[in-house]
Write a protein that binds this ligand. Sequence first.
Ligand SMILES: Cc1cc2nc3c(=O)[nH]c(=O)nc-3n(C[C@H](O)[C@H](O)[C@H](O)COP(=O)(O)OP(=O)(O)OC[C@H]3O[C@@H](n4cnc5c(N)ncnc54)[C@H](O)[C@@H]3O)c2cc1C
Length: 392
Amino acid sequence: MKNIKYTVEVAIVGGGMIGAALACGLAKNGFQVALLEKKMPLLFDPNTHPNLRISAINSSSISFLRQLGVWQDVLMMRCAPYRRQEVWECQNTKLKFDSALVGLPELGYMVENHVLQHALWKKLCKENIYLLCPSLLQSMNRVNDHWNLFLDNGDRVEAKLIIGADGADSQVCKLAGIRKTGWFYQQSCMLISVHCEGEAGDIAWQQFTPRGPRAFLPLFGCWASLVWYDRPDWIQKLQSMSMLALTKEIHNTFPIQLGKVTPVMAASFSLSRKHVTSYTLPGLALAGDSAHTIHPLAGQGVNLGYRDAMVLISVLSKARENMTKWFHRDVLQGYQYQRESDNRMMQNGMDLLYYVFNKKSIPIKVLRNIGLLITEHSMWLKRKTLSYMLGI
Ligand SMILES: Cc1cc2nc3c(=O)[nH]c(=O)nc-3n(C[C@H](O)[C@H](O)[C@H](O)COP(=O)(O)OP(=O)(O)OC[C@H]3O[C@@H](n4cnc5c(N)ncnc54)[C@H](O)[C@@H]3O)c2cc1C
């Protein structure tokens, strides 16, 4: 069979939650787009158990998804609003956030990653773009003012701009020779899908312990997701247990608020903080996890990726309207300028929580609980913290 050469303005590598949103937004703004994705996305079946990979989607991301015309579809498939969030270490120093505090009907929605990706792909199928899937990026080179991308099936894509949205292990980032700085945390996490005795409700909570947080994220109906952060060797041990043994460990370890649950599925993840030394090269930009990864304890990864996507779409569209060379490095630098410090600040915020709550020293324990109490009793501080986390 003859190999095909596609000529487009923008080639996006990675059709996950961020790459697919970028493709929708750029196509909507009149760019000719090709999206390369190595795996066919999972189909949505309303009769299945919830998938393990879920994300807490905040207000700012929801507005973006609404603008792209996909949020309605997510609502119609499967997701669950959460209206309150509680955080504590000791039962008497609880910090409680309520959506009413910022005048919103909910703080956000718990959405399965594949539901979000499915809604975006449904939209993409209606746009005039090349959806190249399954296709794996193997190599790339820059010739004059454009990039050539070589795919595993022998096809080639020629584009003025490549966007790497291919996740934490980004091939685009590696092939472009962009370095990352950061580390792996001495903590891993286990995601556990559980069936509760009653409705999961609309309160997400997290208890900090010296070994790591234990979180409860309510999904639809009686379904919820538990997030168990602990030492990597302990998480590995949990992973090898039978469901019966895991159930016992959950009830021994999680706080009383949990009630009786039945775990159905579990998987573990290593956790890293990484940040690229540059978001751009001439004719190339990185977005989402390919540019930065963050400790997931406050569920901010996808939300930061959506902020990247919003800014990148806006910077490119404005430059094109102004008849400037929108794929040039100085335009792309505008994107990096707007996103780098915000992403770094959120990474630092998560690290602060990680280190402060990991310390076993009694004075630090006292101080962090005083911190929780002060925040709980200061409406101003609570509102500020909440607005920042919700991206509003
Ligand atoms: C345990 C855990 C819990 C989390 N919880 C939350 C949460 O509650 N809220 C939140 O906001 N974030 C959360 N995150 C973070 C979130 O999952 C990531 O930020 C998000 O998945 C990043 O999306 P992405 O599209 O950038 O990358 P990915 O989701 O990794 O998607 C990358 C895509 O690129 C494709 N790809 C890769 N390489 C190639 C290639 N060479 N050629 C073609 N295609 C390729 C992949 O198949 C994939 O589809 C969590 C992360 C973890 C680990």
